[in-house]
Ligand binder design. Structure first.
Ligand SMILES: C[S@@+](CC[C@H](N)C(=O)[O-])C[C@H]1O[C@@H](n2cnc3c(N)ncnc32)[C@H](O)[C@@H]1O
Length: 307
């Protein structure tokens, strides 16, 4: 670390420490880290500007430098701060779960649109691979009439998601297991998932080494879990129910093809704020479509009644 400018008569000040860190980490990150080291709210940047010349205790300086070191080695800022804002909710996050990304808010926006047109008074929503609970909690908070179930194969992730729900005062059902296994025999009006979707040899994985590998990697082409979810979803969707999936920047076409092959209708993608097709989904439209999926057919008039 560069030597901070020494103020007259003392050790480093707020301003000199921030200036010294700017060569190593993002300036906004350095501000949040210094506020955390000083025991202040990480977003209280106005305090820093008002106290630029304040000298700091050696303990605070040492603590701040250790946080900068962690960030410099690629640890997500959210893990160091212990929290992340997602869809207006403050979530506790740590190395047990994926650091929720702003891009995932695209999936939540789409889910809320689908729920707004759902005829059920208390739509049943399933979030597969809930991690910190980000998607499930955002839906439960914004659409309180929903009944949300959140599944994860990681007990550690579920414990954190449950703690987040408790802190936010939101009531959800949590279930441990692989994809639809814990909800055998149940139907939902909306299934959402941000599953692992990175190919196992993707060079970008090195930069994500602090996050759980089980949250990131999904087979040779990154599509293994998306294939599993799409193949099993029809058995768990109510007629007219939607399946919405987040995926990688270059997977939209493949995911739409999988959805279409599985018999979904209204198959489409949604773009994130960077203009990348980030989510794809489809509608499991009718009971007759469900019967066809399992090899049955209805007499023409009865099939028409189900359309
Ligand atoms: C990309 S993370 C998404 C976390 C969170 N939904 C979000 O958007 O921030 C994928 C999540 O899927 C979970 N997962 C991986 N394999 C799973 C499986 N077979 N069944 C259920 N969850 C699984 C991981 O533990 C991880 O929490």
């Amino acid at each position: 670390m560069a030597t901070p400018t020494a103020p007259l008569g003392g050790g480093p000040t707020v301003a000199s420490l921030l200036a010294a860190a700017s060569a190593q980490v993002d300036a906004i990150d350095a501000q949040a880290l210094l506020l955390t080291a000083l025991g202040r709210a990480a977003h209280d940047r106005a305090w820093l500007f008002a106290h630029g010349e304040d000298p700091l205790t050696p303990e605070a300086v040492a603590h701040y430098r250790s946080l900068v070191e962690r960030r410099r080695h690629g640890e997500p800022l959210a893990y160091i701060l212990g929290e992340r804002e997602f869809f207006g909710l403050r979530l506790q996050v740590d190395a047990r779960v994926l650091d929720p990304r702003a891009d995932t808010e695209t999936l939540v926006d789409w889910a809320l649109e689908c729920l707004a047109t759902c005829a059920e008074s208390s739509p049943r929503v399933l979030d597969l691979g809930t991690g910190s609970g980000a998607i499930a909690l955002a839906i439960a908070h914004t659409a309180p009439s929903t009944s949300v179930t959140a599944v994860d194969a990681s007990r550690e992730a579920l414990a954190l998601a449950q703690a987040n729900a408790l802190r936010l005062g939101l009531k959800l059902r949590f279930a441990h297991g692989s994809w639809f296994d814990p909800v055998a025999g149940e139907e939902f009006d909306l299934v959402v998932s941000n599953p692992p979707y990175i190919a196992e040899d993707d060079p970008h994985l090195a930069a994500l080494r602090h996050e759980p590998r089980e949250a990131l990697v999904s087979g040779a082409d990154g599509l293994d879990d998306l294939r599993r979810i799409i193949a099993t979803a029809p058995a768990h969707l109510a007629p007219g129910g939607w399946l919405l999936l987040e995926h990688g920047w270059n997977q939209a076409e493949a995911v739409r093809a999988l959805l279409t092959e599985a018999g979904f209708e209204s198959v489409q993608s949604r773009h994130d704020l960077a203009g990348i097709a980030r989510c794809s989904g489809g509608r499991w439209r009718t009971s007759s479509a469900k019967l066809r999926q399992f090899g049955f057919s209805l007499p023409p008039q009865e099939a028409k009644d189900h359309e």
